[in-house]
Write a protein that binds this ligand. Structure first.
Ligand code: SAH
Length: 460
C-alpha cells in the first residue's frame, strides 16, 4: 500500500462523498481508500472539492460546491466564523456536536486504551450553547487611524476588523470591549504595534461573573504611564455599574503572551466574585478560572457523584488549580488535600477556602509527581483520588504513586481523550477498572472535548 501513488493530484477537482469527521472538525472523504480532509464538510454530504495539498497517505481539499447537503448542517450565526477559527463547529447542529464528542471519546478509549464495553454516556450539553464564556481577551490594532479590536484571522496576526461581537462570550464583555475601544480611540490612545514594538494599548480583557454579574476590565498596555486611563475609568464606571474592578496590566515585552508581570489597580476592588454551586470564588486579573461555569457546575457535580463521599473519606485533588474541585469535594469529605504547581493558584485556593469557611482542605505547591510519593511516605491513605491534569495527561511517576496508594476510587477529569486513554490503560494494568465515562461539553461550537471517568480498584 505504501508504494502506491496517491490517486489524486494537486488542483484536481473531484466529487467527494464524506463519511466521517476528524477531531478537528474537518470532513473525511475517500478516493480509493485515500483520505482527503476537507474543512466545513459533514458526514453524508457530497461536494465538488478542489485538492489543495497531496501527501503520501492523505491529502487536503476545499469545498467548491456542495452537491448534497446534510440535515445536520446549520447556518453559522457568527458573521466572521470562517475567518476567525476560534470556533470550528458552528456549521454543525448542536446535537451532532454532542454526538461527535461522545463518539470521539468512545473511539479513542478503544483504539489507544483498549477500553471498551463500558458505558460512555451521552455528552452533557448546554441548553443554550451560546454566550457561555465569562472571559474575553481581544487584541487591539489600528486601521486608517482608528483603533480596532477583534480576534486574529486564522493562522495570522491580522485583526479581523469587522468583528463587533463574539457570540460565545458573555454579552456584557462584548459591550465593555467596544466601550473601552471607543473611549480610548476618542482620547487618542495609540494601538500597540507588534512589528515596531511601539504604541500603547495591547489587549482588552474582560471577565464577568456568570452568577454575580460583576465585571472586571483589564487594560493591557506596553508602558505604565498612560495618563488618559483616568478618563477611561471615569467613563466606564459611569456607563457600567456592573463593573467592580478596573485594572491596568503592563506588558513591556515582545511576546505573544497576553499579560505582563505587573498589574496596577486603577479603580474598585482587586477581585470580582463568582459562584459555582454553593462555593464562592474571588478572581483577580491573573487568576485561572474556568471559562464556562454553567458546565463546570455539571462537571463537578459528576465528580462529586463519582467520588461518592459519605463524610468519612480522605481525598486527594491533584492538579487542583485554584482549588475549584477540592472545595466542591470538601463539602462532603472528611479531608481534602490539593496539589498544584503554580504558587499563585495555590494562594487563590487557600484564600477561597477561607472565603467559604472551609477548613478541611489543605493545599500544597509542587509537582504532583513529586508530592504524591512524599505523601505516600508520610503514610497518607486516600480513599478517593481526583485528577484534572493539563492536555498532556498525568506523569508516569504520578500514576505509579496512585497505583501504590491503592485508593478505592479514582475520578479522572480530562480535557484530552488521547492522554486519558493512555493513562486509564496504565491504571487498569495497575489494578483498577474503568467503570463509566461521562463527556461534558465545556466548549460548545469548538472541537474541545472534556470528559470524566470513574475507576474503581479491583479487589485482590
Ligand atoms: N482542577 C482545576 C485546574 C485544572 S487545569 C480546575 O478545575 O480549575 C490543570 C492544572 O494542572 C493547571 O492549574 C496547571 O498549572 C496544573 N499542573 C500542570 N502540571 C502540573 C504538575 N506536574 N503538578 C501539579 N500541577 C500541575
Amino acid at each position: 500500500m505504501g508504494k502506491v501513488a496517491p490517486p489524486v493530484k494537486k488542483n484536481e477537482e473531484i466529487e467527494l462523498v464524506f463519511e466521517d469527521i476528524t477531531h478537528e472538525g474537518a470532513g473525511v472523504g475517500k478516493v480509493n481508500g485515500y483520505p482527503l480532509f476537507v474543512p466545513n464538510a459533514l458526514p453524508g454530504e457530497k461536494a465538488l472539492v478542489k485538492v489543495i495539498h497531496v501527501k503520501k497517505n492523505f491529502g487536503f481539499g476545499k469545498v467548491l460546491n456542495r452537491i448534497q447537503v446534510s440535515e445536520e448542517r446549520v447556518d453559522p450565526p457568527c458573521n466572521v466564523y470562517e475567518k476567525c477559527g476560534g470556533c470550528q463547529l458552528q456549521h454543525m447542529s448542536y446535537e451532532m456536536q454532542l454526538d461527535m464528542k461522545r463518539k470521539q471519546v468512545e473511539n479513542t478509549l478503544r483504539k489507544i486504551g483498549h477500553i471498551e464495553g463500558i458505558p460512555i454516556h451521552d455528552t452533557i450539553g448546554m441548553e443554550e450553547p451560546w454566550r457561555y464564556r465569562n472571559k474575553v481577551q481581544i487584541p487591539v490594532g489600528s486601521k486608517n487611524g482608528e483603533l480596532i479590536t477583534g480576534f486574529y484571522r486564522q493562522r495570522s496576526h491580522d485583526i479581523i476588523e469587522d468583528m463587533d461581537r463574539c457570540i460565545i462570550t458573555d454579552e456584557t464583555n462584548d459591550r465593555l470591549v467596544e466601550a473601552v475601544r471607543a473611549i480610548a480611540d476618542r482620547l487618542g490612545i495609540s494601538a500597540y504595534n507588534e512589528e515596531t514594538h511601539r504604541g500603547v494599548l495591547r489587549h482588552i480583557m474582560v471577565r464577568t461573573g456568570q452568577v454575580t454579574k460583576q465585571s472586571m476590565v483589564v487594560i493591557v498596555t506596553r508602558k505604565e504611564n498612560v495618563p488618559e486611563l483616568d478618563a477611561v475609568v471615569k467613563e466606564i464606571t459611569k456607563a457600567f455599574p456592573e463593573v467592580k474592578s478596573i485594572v491596568q496590566n503592563i506588558n513591556p515585552e515582545r511576546t505573544n503572551v497576553i499579560l505582563g508581570r505587573k498589574t496596577k489597580l486603577l479603580w474598585g476592588e482587586e477581585y470580582i466574585y463568582d459562584k459555582i454551586g454553593d462555593i464562592q470564588f474571588a478572581i483577580s486579573a491573573k487568576s485561572f478560572y474556568q471559562v464556562n461555569p454553567i458546565q463546570t457546575k455539571k462537571l463537578y457535580d459528576k465528580a462529586l457523584e463519582y467520588a461518592s463521599l459519605t463524610g468519612a473519606e480522605t481525598v486527594i485533588d491533584a492538579y487542583c488549580g485554584i482549588g475549584t474541585i477540592s472545595l466542591f469535594l470538601a463539602q462532603k469529605a472528611k479531608k481534602v488535600y490539593g496539589v498544584e504547581v503554580v504558587p499563585e493558584a495555590i494562594a487563590d485556593a487557600k484564600a477561597n477556602a477561607k472565603l467559604n469557611q472551609i477548613d478541611n482542605a489543605e493545599f500544597f505547591v509542587g509537582q504532583a509527581e513529586k508530592v504524591m510519593p512524599w505523601w505516600k511516605a508520610q503514610g497518607l491513605h486516600p480513599d478517593v483520588i481526583v485528577v484534572d491534569p493539563p492536555r498532556k495527561g498525568c506523569d508516569e511517576a504520578f500514576l505509579q504513586a496512585m497505583i501504590e496508594m491503592k485508593p478505592k476510587r479514582i475520578v479522572y477529569v480530562s480535557c484530552n481523550p488521547s492522554t486519558l486513554a493512555r493513562d486509564l490503560r496504565i491504571l487498569e494494568d495497575g489494578g483498577f477498572k474503568t467503570v463509566e465515562v461521562q463527556p461534558v461539553d465545556m466548549f460548545p461550537q469548538t472541537t474541545h472535548v472534556e470528559c470524566i471517568a470513574l475507576m474503581s480498584r479491583v479487589e485482590e
